[in-house]
Write a protein of this length. Structure first.
Length: 450
């Protein structure tokens, strides 16, 4: 940055200095020419009147030399310092006033500007030559140029130094941030980059980076916890399986072995379902796209969930009202959502589960109600976290409770479909809980079935 800015400043100064010197030279020369041509006019008016001796009186600057020549370019009058010398110019061909640059003349210090003014003498046509030394112009220009030659590098040094300092001050915090950022590894995300004590873009960059690190740290912690919890969930059933299998191997002749095998099969099926759930959650954490989306008839899904729950037996399952409702989404995921809510309600219900599907404005509303113990208000957010189980271990085993991932899957699916889920008390003052899922209805004339 310093180099670029300094180069620009240097070029600008150089161009400016050059232009200034050129301008000075031109304006000095122009004023010399004006004075010379005035002098020529005065001499001319005298010559025309015939009152010009052989010597032209020297007025003003000694550096001005005057010659009057006749039609054959012979000197008929001149200032004393060039008296007796030949003409300073070859008479120009055209009879118009012109200016010439002449390096050397018999008198005075050159170089010279010579004005040739055509004049009509009493003896015929002639010329008046007025030469002015540009000596002083040259020295003025040289003086100015050398002043610039010394001054400009000095100015440039000051500019470079100031730029270097200013840029350094800006860069220093960036460098500190860079150094810290390069030392933050994948393992330890607890470090933060230093936030400079300014309120500029760099400070807000540091704050943004720290926010990002915070999010990364949280995500990484969640990821680790998920892996830990998942391993833990899988380890206990696997250990139980191992014991049963070992016993069966040790006593192959035992008629109970067949029973053990059936038991093992059930547990393997549950573990497979759990692994399936875990994979679903892991994919959600990666933000990976879900299955294909299309128009889904929620009422069909509700009816088949109802049928499934009734076939399982247990508490009575009733339909509390149903409306045609279409949403855009994944049929498989929405069925899974209903199944998880249905299973929970069935597990916790005392004697009755009811399901209701209504529509209101642009929303489909699914109510899954049971008459169980209900969920305390303070637990209503927590139950959607992964691996959260409210029932104590004993009652869980007694009821064959799950891993605590069902509701987090439900929440994931609801989010995927831009919907909401809430837990409420029953409106009829009975014990139990109501899960209310709101999903946006498919727009009229929206995408049709593929
Ligand atoms: N209808 C309900 N009534 C009372 N408590 C409930 C109800 N639904 C869920 N819960 C509580 O919320 C917890 C979390 O439910 P979630 O469905 O996530 O896990 P789970 O049913 O225990 O296991 P999984 O669904 O993974 O087999 C349950 O363990 C239970 O304590
Ligand atoms: Mg569940």
């Amino acid at each position: 940055m310093t180099l670029t800015a300094s180069s620009v400043v240097a070029l600008t100064l150089l161009a400016g200095g050059f232009a200034l010197v050129l301008l000075l030279q031109q304006s000095l020369i122009a004023s010399l020419d004006t004075v010379a041509s005035e002098r020529a006019q005065v001499v001319a008016s005298r010559a025309v009147g015939g009152n010009l001796g052989s010597t032209v009186t020297n007025t003003g600057s000694q550096n001005t030399l005057v010659q009057v020549v006749d039609s054959s370019n012979r000197v008929v009058a001149a200032t004393s310092d060039i008296d007796g010398e030949g003409p300073m110019l070859v008479a120009p061909a055209e009879r118009v006033t012109r200016v010439f640059n002449v390096d050397r003349l018999p008198a005075g210090d050159g170089p010279f500007r010579v004005i040739a003014l055509p004049v009509r003498l009493p003896t015929g046509s002639g010329w008046i030559y007025v030469a002015t030394s540009t000596n002083q112009v040259v020295s003025a220009v040289v003086n100015l140029a050398s002043l610039f030659g010394i001054g400009l590098p000095l100015v440039l040094i000051v500019v470079v130094w100031a730029l270097w300092r200013a840029v350094g001050q800006v860069i220093r915090p960036v460098d500190a941030i860079r150094r810290r950022a390069s030392s933050i590894g994948g393992e330890d995300l607890s470090q933060r980059v230093p936030v400079p004590d300014t309120s500029d873009e760099i400070a807000s960059l540091a704050v943004t980076m720290n926010d990002m690190l915070e999010r990364l740290e949280t995500a990484s912690l969640r990821q680790r916890q998920f892996v830990g919890d998942a391993s833990h969930e899988l380890r206990s059933p696997l250990a139980a399986l191992q014991v049963q299998v070992e016993v069966a191997i040790a006593h192959p002749e035992d008629p109970g072995s067949a029973l053990v095998l059936a038991n093992v099969e059930g547990q393997v099926a549950r573990m497979a379902a759990l692994i399936d759930d875990l994979l679903f959650l892991a994919r959600g954490a990666e933000g990976a796209p879900r299955g294909p989306t299309r128009l889904v008839d929620l009422d069909d899904l509700v009816l088949s969930e109802l049928r499934r729950l009734r076939e399982l037996g247990g508490p009575a399952v009733e339909l509390d009202g149903i409306r045609a409702a279409r949403v855009v989404g994944s049929e498989r995921d929405l069925a899974r959502l209903l199944r998880n809510l249905g299973d929970n309600a069935r597990h916790h219900a005392h004697s009755q589960v009811s399901i209701r599907l209504t529509t209101r404005e642009n929303w489909a509303k699914i109510y899954v109600t049971d008459d169980g113990a209900g969920i305390q208000p303070q637990d209503r957010d927590r139950v959607f976290e992964r691996f959260t189980r409210l029932d104590d271990a004993r009652s869980r085993t007694a009821r064959g409770g799950g891993a605590g991932v069902g509701l987090s899957i439900v929440r994931q699916i609801v989010r995927d479909h831009q919907g909401t889920i809430t837990i409420r008390d029953r409106s009829d003052d009975h014990a139990g809980s109501v899960f209310l899922v709101c999903l946006p209805l498919a727009p009229e004339g929206g995408p049709s079935h593929p």
